[in-house]
Write a protein that binds this ligand. Structure first.
Ligand SMILES: Cc1cc2nc3c(=O)[nH]c(=O)nc-3n(C[C@H](O)[C@H](O)[C@H](O)COP(=O)(O)OP(=O)(O)OC[C@H]3O[C@@H](n4cnc5c(N)ncnc54)[C@H](O)[C@@H]3O)c2cc1C
Length: 419
């Protein structure tokens, strides 16, 4: 077999989103020669336009009994926080069935423990990672304020705050519009309670952050190739990646970080991983006068408002609509209209709309493990709403796996064959 390129790298990372970039950089720091392969180039997909949060307190899985109660109401509104386009509903059934099973209380409990472990690792890994990439000045420690429109909505959230308390996550409940305005002025008076989470950080701009890591990787001698991987082949002495244009690259290890497309590559190894995409929408408004002091979460409406260096980003929503349907930007319009009614002084003209594909597994945990077919192929994908948040911790685990070391945390809950 003829292999393409200059010299054979130690590791090929497929996918230059924030997970692949962080893994590639961390491996490079350990002295490995790394080829980063992406069909479009760095940060072309979900990592480009997300809300920029390091949401370390977000340890509660999406699959909970609570969401199963809310989902029917949400699904009735085709532009509501959760939607399934009718033409995709049938294809989604196996994933939904697994999601429903993941809502069992014992699964929720074990999911919270696994997520907490990965969050703690990611939080501790973040500052050293920012220092090594020279991106420390992009970090903001402005917390998150989740707001509630009624006492009932606030009380329904309490079991999840209790679970966070058991995991030592600091937060503070505040009641009444005056107390809320101390955290964020300008909120409509309909919000009666709120919870402030201080250990929820953000990055000044997720695209700039990802591109800076790509530049540093490149400047340190990392190789970035544009090419679409179509098949992975385990070999006795490593693994190889075939591209759509016929090129084939080989290395000692191949790491799959192709976001919402990763299951397609796993399938070429004969592994079926139930990865779906939760499509999310947002609008980035030009920087204006609005004094946004913290990230705001409107949980009942499934969206957040974030302050970035590029503007104020209003977005969220979950559309379980697959990888090929065109975006429905009415979703972004609806979120923006709600943001205007919740923050009357926010100027909502002149924004740029975006849709991104969150890579999501039914139990809200990523896959971080060697492939069952070969220890030379390592999976790191499926971080759903938390790929930026967990990128530094995931990079650490990928490095452990490439080095053949015991992983820094128990990765059993993240194995590829758990479904
Ligand atoms: C609206 C929205 C808001 C969000 N907000 C947050 C947030 O505040 N905090 C947070 O932590 N997360 C957030 N997320 C989630 C986060 O963006 C994702 O979890 C994360 O970006 C996933 O990173 P990734 O590297 O796994 O995938 P991606 O960024 O999607 O990157 C995958 C890469 O793989 C490449 N690729 C795919 N297939 C192939 C192939 N066959 N060959 C070669 N290359 C390939 C793609 O071109 C792409 O560059 C949000 C997501 C959305 C949509």
């Amino acid at each position: 077999m003829e292999f393409s390129g200059d010299s054979r790298p130690d590791v090929i990372v497929v996918g230059a989103g924030i997970v692949g970039l962080s893994a590639a950089f961390s491996l490079q720091l350990k002295g490995y020669s790394v080829l980063l392969l992406d069909r479009k180039g760095p940060a072309a997909e979900a990592s480009r336009g997300n809300a920029g949060a390091f949401a370390f307190s977000d340890i509660i899985p999406l699959a909970t009994p609570g969401i199963m109660r809310k989902a029917p109401r949400w699904l009735l509104d085709p532009l509501g926080p959760l939607s399934v386009p009718p033409r995709y509903a049938f294809r989604l059934l196996p994933w939904m069935l697994r999601f429903w099973r993941a809502c069992r209380p014992e699964r929720v409990e074990s999911g919270i423990f696994a997520q907490t472990d990965l969050m703690n690792l990611s939080k501790h890994a973040l500052l050293p990672f920012l220092r090594k990439t020279g991106t420390g000045s992009m970090l903001r420690r402005d917390g998150n304020l989740q707001v509630y429109e009624s006492r009932a909505e606030f009380e329904a959230s309490l079991p999840y705050w209790d679970a966070r308390e058991r995991c030592d996550i600091p937060f503070e409940h505040v009641h009444g519009s005056y107390a809320i305005s101390e955290y964020q002025p300008g909120l409509d008076r309909r919000f009666v309670s709120a919870t402030f989470t201080p250990e929820w950080y953000s990055i000044s701009d997720p695209l700039e952050y990802a591109l800076t890591i790509a530049d540093i990787f490149d400047n340190r001698g990392g190789r970035i190739e544009i090419g679409e991987a179509v098949a992975i082949f385990p070999r006795n002495d490593g693994a190889s990646v075939r591209c759509a244009d016929g090129r084939e690259f080989a290395a000692d290890k191949v790491v799959i970080c192709a976001g919402a497309w990763s299951h397609k590559l796993a399938q070429t190894l004969g592994e079926r991983i139930p990865l779906e995409t939760e499509r999310g929408y947002n609008t980035t408004l030009p920087n204006g006068e609005f004094d946004l002091r913290t990230q705001l979460t409107f949980g009942a409406h499934g969206f957040v408002v974030s302050r970035l260096s590029s503007g104020i980003r209003v977005g969220g929503a979950v559309e379980l609509g697959g990888l090929s349907a065109p975006p429905n930007f009415q979703r972004a319009d609806v979120l923006l209209a709600k943001a205007k009614s919740f923050l009357p002084d926010l100027v909502t003209e002149g924004g740029t709309q975006w849709m991104g594909f969150r890579p999501s597994l039914p139990d809200t945990l990523p896959v971080i493990s060697p492939s069952r077919k070969s220890d030379n192929v390592i999976y790191a994908f499926g971080h759903g709403h938390l790929g930026l948040t967990q990128s530094a911790g995931t990079a650490m685990l990928v490095t452990d796996l490439v080095e053949g070391e015991d992983p820094s945390i128990d990765i059993h809950p993240f194995r590829a064959d758990r479904f």
